[in-house]
Write a protein that binds this ligand. Structure first.
Ligand SMILES: N[C@@H](Cc1ccccc1)C(=O)O
Length: 508
């Protein structure tokens, strides 16, 4: 029988009595595992080998786990330092023991949170005791780390570590689990017969070359068959980040709807961020809790004087007959203070005021998809920065129906047809609406934006004498709806889930 060289090599290395793994065959034949897998599949198709498959769970230490193999577990180091300091006899000041242990930074917390759990002693009001009978040499986690130290991907069955300890190490981030498919091969009777009769190597050609073509030799050679089912290496090519894809798409949609793009400074004067929006200077969102203030430079030099005057008057006295203003102090220095913009509505005030591209005539539509910064508490829907989809439409007569219709048209482009509106309050819009969308997998309503029709108290000082409807939508929240991400931290930031980012499809 004639077979390609790799198949012959595999048959000669395999056995009819014992199953041999692809890795073992690769080692024996000196061929790459992918090549062996390919050959095995072809031999299986010819019924020369029988193949079994199983999924093996393997474990490897993380870098942190590896570090503790060398340095010792933090809680063990703490115990040793505590014993040394006499905490076996009486409580000792914690600070002293930590100093002596050499533990630093997060390791201190790690040591403290595992110390009592493992019975090394107790910690109470700044003092530490050590149980002289505790046995660090019998520490199951430390021993497991030592056991797994030298090899990567140890099959769980081969590791001499109990399941509970493995779980604890995994919880502590000291160990990773992964799965791999192990294929094992046994020769069939037919193969044994063929082997005894003698196998010949068929010369096959893997690739067409220019030489084969020009010489005409291609007509006579035998080409190797492709096995499209063989395992192949996963190639993780570069890819545009989901948020970037979303942002490009949003820009395309808005441009398609007749909008022009705005841009402007990330760090800006409170004047543009807040005062021009008729946000009172004592508004809670303007305190240092929400704001990232700039230290250097701390204030803006240039502001249009006449505009500053008109904005101040609106804050103090209101605008028109029915408006009262805030009657509260208004301080120009406070308005000049620089901060990272908490919303991109600062771009809208700059453009509406005529200072960016000159006077804007209705009808006009503008947008931006830019970063905004807020000192929020991090959670599944909040980061310290996010991309805001800012937009506004200037026209003679606008109503809430125009606003809602615009959102329906916009979100429909992303397959979102069930947005909900909730009446809201902003100092600068009346009426105001929050927008909500339904998360595709959890079914929860999540807030996706804020909107309204700008008030006279804001528009008049800016010199705008027609209607303007406006909004700020969150790009990340839109991405959560289109990708199904349940935690914004999976999308960007230090905890981003690379696996998710690699595989998630942006659907629209
Ligand atoms: N600035 C608002 C969004 C908004 C813009 C314009 C009008 C109304 C609302 C926010 O950040 O939530």
């Amino acid at each position: 029988m004639q077979l390609p060289a790799q198949q012959v090599a595999v048959l000669e290395a395999a056995s009819a009595d014992d199953a041999t793994s692809v890795d073992a065959l690769a080692a024996a034949t000196d061929l790459p595992p992918e090549t062996v897998t390919g050959a095995v599949f072809e031999l299986e198709a010819e019924e020369l080998v029988a193949v079994t498959e199983r999924v093996d769970e393997t474990v490897s230490l993380t870098d942190e786990g590896q570090e503790y193999v060398t340095d010792g577990l933090p809680e063990v180091r703490l115990y040793e330092a505590a014993l040394e300091a006499g905490a076996g006899d009486e409580p000792v000041q914690m600070g002293r023991v930590i100093g002596a242990s050499g533990l630093e930074g997060p390791q201190v917390d790690i040591a403290l949170s595992n110390y009592a759990r493992k019975g090394y002693g107790s910690i109470d009001s700044g003092e530490i005791t050590a149980d002289p009978d505790a046995e660090p040499d019998a520490d199951a986690e430390a021993n497991a780390l030592a056991e797994l130290a030298d090899a990567d991907d140890t099959p769980v069955e081969d590791a001499d570590v109990d399941a509970e300890t493995l779980e604890e190490l995994e919880r502590r981030g000291l160990l990773d689990r992964s799965e791999s498919t192990v294929r094992e091969v046994t020769l069939t009777d037919a193969a044994v017969t063929e082997l005894m009769a003698g196998l010949e190597t068929a010369e096959t050609v893997g690739q067409v070359t220019p030489e084969l073509l020009t010489s005409g030799e291609w007509e006579d050679v035998e080409f190797a068959e492709y096995n499209v089912e063989a395992d192949a290496e996963t190639v993780e090519g570069g890819k545009v980040h989901i948020l970037r894809q979303m942002s490009e798409r949003v820009k395309d949609v808005l441009v398609g709807m007749g909008f022009q793009e705005m841009d402007g400074p990330h760090a800006d004067a409170d004047f543009w961020i807040n005062d021009c929006l008729f946000m009172p200077q004592d508004h809670p969102a303007r305190t240092h809790w929400d704001r990232f203030a700039l230290e250097q430079p701390s204030h803006i030099d240039e502001l249009p004087e006449d505009l500053v005057e008109r904005v101040e008057r609106a804050h103090r006295e209101g605008v028109g007959e029915d408006s009262e203003g805030y009657h509260s102090p208004w301080d120009e220095d406070f308005a000049r203070a620089l901060a990272l913009r908490g919303h991109t509505t600062s771009l809208s005030t700059r453009y509406l005021s005529g200072t960016e591209i000159g006077e804007i005539e209705p009808p006009a539509r503008f947008f931006s998809v830019e970063k905004a910064y807020r000192n929020d508490t991090l959670d599944a829907t909040h980061l310290l920065e996010f991309y805001q989809i800012e937009g506004w439409v200037m026209a003679e007569d606008l109503s809430v129906r125009d606003l809602m219709g615009t959102f329906e048209e916009f979100y429909a482009q992303f397959g979102i047809t069930d947005i909900q509106f909730k009446p809201h309050y902003n100092p600068y819009t009346e009426p105001s609406f929050e927008l909500f969308g339904t998360h595709p997998t959890t079914g929860e309503l999540i807030e996706i934006g804020n909107s309204g029709i700008f008030r006279q108290e804001m528009l008049e000082p800016l010199g705008v004498d027609c209607d303007v409807m406006a909004w700020g939508l969150a790009l990340e929240r839109l991405a959560m709806l289109t990708t199904g991400a349940e935690d914004i931290r999976d999308l960007h930031g230090t905890l981003a889930d690379l696996e998710f980012l690699r595989n998630a499809e942006v659907t629209y």
